[in-house]
Each structure stands twice: as C-alpha cells, then as structure tokens.
Design a protein around this ligand. Structure first.
Ligand code: FUL
Length: 453
C-alpha cells in the first residue's frame, strides 16, 4: 500500500518542477541590491573642458590650461555628503583623453599640467576624501579617446586596459565603473573589447557595479533629462545590444519579460551642460526642480546620478551648493514622518526590504489608521531581492461611504512614489491588479509634502 501512495506523490512532485522553474524571476546580485539602496549618487564632470567652455574636447587641448588652484576634494565630498549623496563618480578621462590622474601610459594628464607643479592627482584626492568621509567612490573612463594615437587600432584595447588597471588597483575600493558608449560621428572605427574590460573589473573589484547602455550591472535610463519611465522594470533582454547601441525607449521602461536584472540609472546634470560653464550660472536647477527629478527617478524604481561640475578653480559654484542644500532639506522635510507608521503592520514601516506582506492579485490590503490622517504623497516598495513582480496596482481611500481612487499605477520595484492632491481619510487600500507573482510589499508610507516642494 505504501508504494502505491508513494508513486502518485513522486509524479506530482515531478510535474510541479517545470511550473516552479517557469516562474523563476531574475533577481539582483548582492552588489546590485546594495547599489539600488544608495538612491542618490553624484557625478563630477571635470577636465580640460572646464577651461575651454566645451562639452566635448577634441584631444588637442594643452594640459597647460588645467589649473584648479582652489581644488579641495575634502570640501567637494563634504558638500556632497551633506546633501545626502552616497557615492561620487569622477570623470577620470573624458572623450578628449586628458587624464585626471598621472597615468603611466600617456603624458596627456595632470602630470603635464601646472596644477601642483604636475604632482597632483585629482582621482586620488577624490577617492581618499570619499573613503575618509564614508561615501563610495567610482570613476568614468571614456572608451572614446581623441588624443591617444593608438585609438582605432587593436592595440588601443591594451592601452585602455592598462589605464583601467591603474584606476582599479591604485585608488582603494571602487563601487562603480562607468562605461560610456558615446562617440562622435567623426570617431575612427574602433572595436572595443568590452568583455575584456568587464572581466578585469570583476577580477580586481568584484563588488563594483558596471554601468553602460546595456549593463552588465546597471543600465542607462535612455535620456539625460532625469526621467525614468513611469513604468520601469529592472529587467531587460540585452540580445543585440552593446554600449552605444541600445534603444533608449526600451531602456527607459525596461522589459517585464527581460531575462536579466539590470536596473536603470538616471544620470542628469544640475546644469544644462555636463561641464561647468559660467554662462550657465543662472540656469542651475533649483532645489525644487531637483526634488521633482528625485520623484521621476528614485520614485520610479531607478537611481538618481546627479552631476555637479566643479568650476575652473576646482570648487562647486555657490548656486549649485545652494540648490543641493535646498534639495536635501525639502526631501528630509517631506519624508520625515510616515503618517502610517505605528498604525499599520510594522513590516511595512520598519524600512527593511526583507520584512514584507504578501499581496495576491485582486485581494486588497486594507490599511486602517483608526483616525483621520491628511497626506499627498505615497511610497511603496517591493522586496526586490525576490525579483520585481507588481505590474499594475490601485491605491484608494475610504470617503466614509465607499472606496475612491487615489491613483492607478504600474511598476513598483525598489520604490514607487506617488504625488496627488491632499487626501483626508481613516483608511486606504492597495489592490494588486496585475503581477508576475505574489507581490512582496516591503514598505508603505504616506506623507504630507513640504510646502517648499
Ligand atoms: C555622455 C557623454 O558624451 C557626455 O559628455 C557625458 O559624459 C554623459 C554623462 O555621457 O555619453
């Protein structure tokens, strides 16, 4: 008898295997999960362009023009840290080929500049300041190099790798490496060995995430205006893609059917250009505009990489610093008090992604605050360690007689922020309308926005 029971059980178990495999969703690696939770990182565009007024140099610039007499990495990093940025990424080399560190492989660098009599190293000072002050450090190393004579020949790959190795081995821990696929129409043909570059980063700095249009760890968001897609999946299918060769619209929204976890990074400048130009001093984005970008990036399952370019003296302009302070103080004010905390399950307000409530499709979660609260912002987070699942959901409030819509929205992922006119109620409910599996809701928050927003 026992054997007869056993056989159907075995068959049932075997039958269940393919379906559970079919449901396996891509999930983040530890490094991707840690990166996503940084939320706001800073980009520093700084090179000879800072002195020529150009956005793209052409490689003929003289190192003699680079002289940031007041450069103080500690001060720059302090400003970034105070404004809540968790990483600083410096343009170690932009498309003009000028190196902000004294590379052994070229003399087109700070070593040939008057700054500190050629003894300075911008990359080192930034890396050291980041370490001292407890924020992460990353670098941008442009593959397109208009100065290096070997560019366009196979030996350029060896040159690029030599420079990459210098940056990966001489500056302590690196948290992100930025591979930019951009190049001008006049650029010589060049076959980059991206696979080789990426392998070197994995070997020498295994905890670092690598950015490019197509990953491998984080992807471009598809525009430079600071807007992640209103629907933003952390998954894509990179078949046929390469840095510099990807469809921006596809990158912007991601792909619910994508087989790889490669979340979107939203890079945008605080100024119209990436480099400092004095004529743009009056065009610096205000704190309020930066907050808007935060909602459109972090609030749409992305990460905000905000560029703040040092000026020719090597310091941030006053306008930029003022905007950064305003940005962080507005965010702090808005998100200071979660009005739902203490009134709903602690798992949703303890700020840990690993504690969550599971929501099944069309089974609403009712959150009863017992007394009336007034709010105009909502926050939802999924436990993305288990993948991204929500595809469509509805947030409603109780008006005393029935449920009224606040907002219907698509993806949640790491974080979804919603903005709407003030609602006063004692209860809200969240209904998952469409999902790729049970939604692990890790956080829920309701806030009253700062008047400065
Ligand atoms: C682009 C570059 O061409 C811009 O100059 C800037 O560095 C931006 C972040 O990436 O591809």
């Amino acid at each position: 008898m026992k054997k007869l029971y056993f056989l159907p059980l075995c068959l049932a178990l075997i039958a269940s295997v393919p379906s559970s495999f079919a449901q396996a969703l891509p999930t983040p690696t530890t490094r991707q999960l840690a990166w996503q939770q940084l939320e706001t990182n800073a980009f520093l565009h700084f090179t000879v362009n800072t002195y020529t007024g150009k956005e793209w140099g052409d490689g003929t610039e003289s190192p003699a023009i680079f002289n940031p007499v007041d450069f103080d990495a500690r001060q720059l990093v302090k400003t970034l840290k105070e404004a809540g940025f968790k990483m600083a990424i410096i343009t170690a080399k932009h498309h003009d080929g000028f190196c902000l560190w004294p590379s052994k492989y070229t003399d087109h660098s700070v070593a040939s500049s008057p700054w500190k009599n050629g003894k300075g190293d911008v990359v080192k000072e930034i890396a050291d300041a980041c370490r001292e002050q407890g924020i992460k450090f990353g670098f941008y190393l442009s593959p397109w190099d208009q100065h290096e004579p070997s560019y366009g020949t196979a030996s350029y790959n060896a040159f690029y790798k030599n420079q990459l190795r210098e940056l990966l081995t001489n500056y302590g821990e690196v948290a992100e490496v930025w591979f930019d696929g951009a190049k001008g129409e006049n650029a010589k043909d060049m076959h980059y060995d991206f696979a080789g570059y990426w392998q070197m980063v994995r070997e020498l700095q295994p905890q670092a995430v690598m950015f490019s249009d197509a990953g491998p760890d984080v992807r471009w968001v598809g525009n430079e205006s600071g807007n992640a897609g209103e629907t933003c999946w952390s998954t894509i299918d990179t078949t046929g893609m390469a840095p510099g060769k990807a469809d921006p619209a596809y990158l912007n929204t991601g792909d619910p059917e994508g087989n790889l976890w490669i979340p979107a990074e939203t890079d945008v400048s605080i100024r119209p250009g990436w480099f400092y130009h004095p004529e743009e001093d009056s065009k610096v984005k205000s704190g309020k505009q930066l907050v808007d970008l935060y909602y459109k990036s972090v609030g749409r399952n992305s990460l905000l990489l905000l560029n703040i370019p040092p000026n020719p003296k090597g310091v941030f302009a006053e306008q930029d610093v003022n905007s950064l302070h305003a940005f962080r103080s507005i965010l702090n004010e808005t998100f200071k008090t979660n009005l739902a905390a203490g009134k709903i399950d602690k798992k949703l307000t303890d700020k840990a992604l690993g504690t969550y409530i599971t929501l099944n499709q069309n089974k609403p979660l009712i959150l009863d605050f017992k007394k009336e609260i007034a709010f105009d912002r909502a926050l939802l987070q999924e436990n993305i360690a288990a993948g991204q699942r929500n595809a469509e959901a509805l947030l409603e409030y109780w008006d005393g007689k029935g449920w009224k819509k606040i907002e219907q929205f698509t993806t949640i992922g790491y974080k979804r922020l919603l903005r709407f006119p003030e609602v006063k109620t004692t209860k809200v409910r969240v209904t998952v309308l469409e999902a790729k599996g049970p939604v692990q809701l890790a956080a829920f928050g309701l806030y009253k926005a700062s008047e400065k927003e």
